[in-house]
Design a protein around this ligand. Structure first.
Ligand code: KIV
Ligand code: ZN
Length: 515
């Protein structure tokens, strides 16, 4: 048996389908580039039959990504499988992941199908998927609550039909490490044809055991783990990619197994996901939380100063957390900026580097010292928050404790068509006044659901990161912006949403024009 564990990342499918984590096609593509740079073996890019948007995102990712296998999920029915087959067609390496539930509860109440019928569906699904690609994964949904002899029968039928990966999901996060290890030992030794396929674990975190269960499955013979960055996914989420990878890496002495992940990219990828979805990583989150490598108590600090290993089992730089925190000044050049960004896990194209560099120079003028956290906010801000068509030309606000004067904002925006417009608005607070003025100019009356600001570094001139959640009549959007000025950061976040809405409308109009 190989000693490489494949990493099948489902951030863009199981993760993205969870409430509050949806991403646009453009955002998914950006995330897919980051997963490819991380060295993920398989990117589950979506569920092609779920919506035209999902189909388009998978197809776009399949065209752009060559370093990872691109996978689409499909139920075991003709429509889903054909949609997946079409969506992954442009991929250099494409996979169809087809599934059907096998547990008694799902058979009786959801599918209303007999055991034999499910086997027939599984076989037909795998055979059809094989018409599109040689790389077919089959999953028995709710495998953990399926009778063992029946699970064995379904797996054997799927292998016979041509499946190359057999996935055993703990769909409801019910299993324990001992139980799942035993199950994988059973399947990998008793299923006929087991030696021709890779067995895979897909664990949910309802009991907080997803990572422990995935590692136990690996001990039992799994050689693929399905996981999502920051542990996002249905309900309590999936096994966290960064945790399972770093557990295998840090405890190589125990597992004697490796992954293909370039661990230095973990922190950057996690941060990008948090930014794109507007869901910050909790401070105490393993591996990627702000406190993961912080040592606050005197005893710990003393130990770490004497020898880092007293309280650190991993080196922060191995997951892309930089410890030499002081970055660059206003005299630093593009090469230094690019190299520091790459240490932080961000690979930038020449165009991105140019726009980040301009923003960096402005920041370096406004701030004496630019820290990694500032730079990170800037890169993420430039990456997701500064694409047009609208840009802020100027912004002034007046606010204070004087009851007689209502906070007021004067905002001037330019549009890439050359139009420049200004509006003056009043509201109960200065930030609301800015949002109103932006809505006035752009003609987008959005409903603000939440607005948060956090400081990303220390000191009076720290960078502020603002995040907004706003909704139109049909959809909710996350937007973000960064600046040393809190109100400007908020304005950028609000405009980020409007720009995305407008870019999407242009894309949709051009697709409609082609048909
Ligand atoms: O949790 C689950 O069972 C799934 C399958 C579709 C693999 O996500
Ligand atoms: Zn799942």
């Amino acid at each position: 048996m190989t000693n490489i564990v494949k990493i099948f990342d489902t951030t863009l499918r199981d993760g993205e389908q969870a409430p509050g984590f949806s991403m646009s096609s453009e955002q998914k593509l950006r995330m897919a580039h980051s997963l490819e740079a991380l060295g993920v073996d398989v990117i589950e890019a979506g569920f092609a039959a779920a919506s035209p948007g999902d189909f388009e995102a998978i197809q776009t990712i399949a065209e752009a990504i060559t370093g990872s296998t691109i996978c689409s999920l499909a139920r075991c029915n003709e429509g889903d499988i054909r949609a997946s087959g079409e969506a992954i067609k442009p991929a250099k390496h494409g996979r169809i992941h087809t599934f059907i539930a096998t547990s008694p509860l799902h058979r009786e109440y959801k599918l209303k199908m007999s055991k034999d019928e499910i086997v027939r569906r599984a076989v037909a699904g795998v055979e059809l998927a094989r018409e599109y690609t040689d790389d077919v994964e089959f999953s028995c949904e709710d495998a953990i609550r399926t009778e063992r002899d029946y699970l064995k029968r379904v797996c054997e039928a799927a292998i016979e039909a041509g499946a190359t990966t057999i996935n055993i999901p703990d769909t409801v996060g019910y299993t324990t490490p001992e139980e799942i290890q035993d199950l994988f030992e059973f399947l990998t030794t008793q299923v006929e044809g087991a030696d021709q396929v890779i067995f895979s674990a897909h664990c949910h975190d309802d009991l907080g055991l997803a990572v422990a269960n995935s590692l136990a499955a690996v001990r039992g013979g799994a050689r693929q783990v399905e996981c999502a960055l920051n542990g996002i996914g249905e309900r309590a989420g999936n096994c966290a990619t960064e945790e399972v990878v770093m557990a295998l890496n840090t405890r190589k002495d125990f597992y004697n197994l490796s992954t293909n992940i370039k661990t230095e990219g973990i922190y950057g990828a996690s941060k990008l996901l948090a930014t794109l979805t507007g869901n910050p990583v909790p401070r105490n989150k393993a591996i990627v939380g702000k406190n993961a490598f912080a040592h606050e108590s005197g005893i710990h600090q003393h130990g770490v100063l004497a020898n880092r290993e007293t309280y650190e089992i991993m080196k922060p730089e191995h997951v892309g957390v930089s410890t030499d925190n002081l970055v660059l000044g206003k005299h630093s050049g593009r090469a230094a900026l690019k190299s520091r960004a790459s240490k932080l896990g961000f690979e930038m194209s020449d165009n991105q580097l140019q726009s980040v560099f301009v923003a960096f120079k402005e920041l370096a003028d406004a701030k004496k010292e630019v820290f990694d956290a500032d730079l990170e906010a800037l890169i993420l801000g430039e990456a997701v928050g500064t694409q047009g068509p609208w840009a802020i030309e100027s912004l002034y606000v007046s606010a204070g404790s004087d009851d007689k004067r209502t906070p007021q904002a004067t905002v001037k925006l330019s549009h890439e068509t050359g139009d420049v417009k200004q509006a003056v608005s009043e509201a109960a607070g200065p930030v609301n006044a800015v949002f109103l003025a932006i809505s006035d100019i752009t003609g987008h009356p959005l409903h603000l659901e939440s607005f948060t600001v956090q400081s990303v570094s220390e000191g009076k001139d720290a960078m502020a990161e603002a995040a907004v959640l706003v909704s139109t009549e049909f959809e909710s959007y996350h937007g973000r912006g960064a600046s040393t000025d809190t109100v400007l950061a908020g304005a950028k976040a609000y405009l980020d949403v409007i720009n995305r809405i407008e870019r999407r409308a242009v894309r949709q109009a051009s697709i409609a024009a082609q048909h």
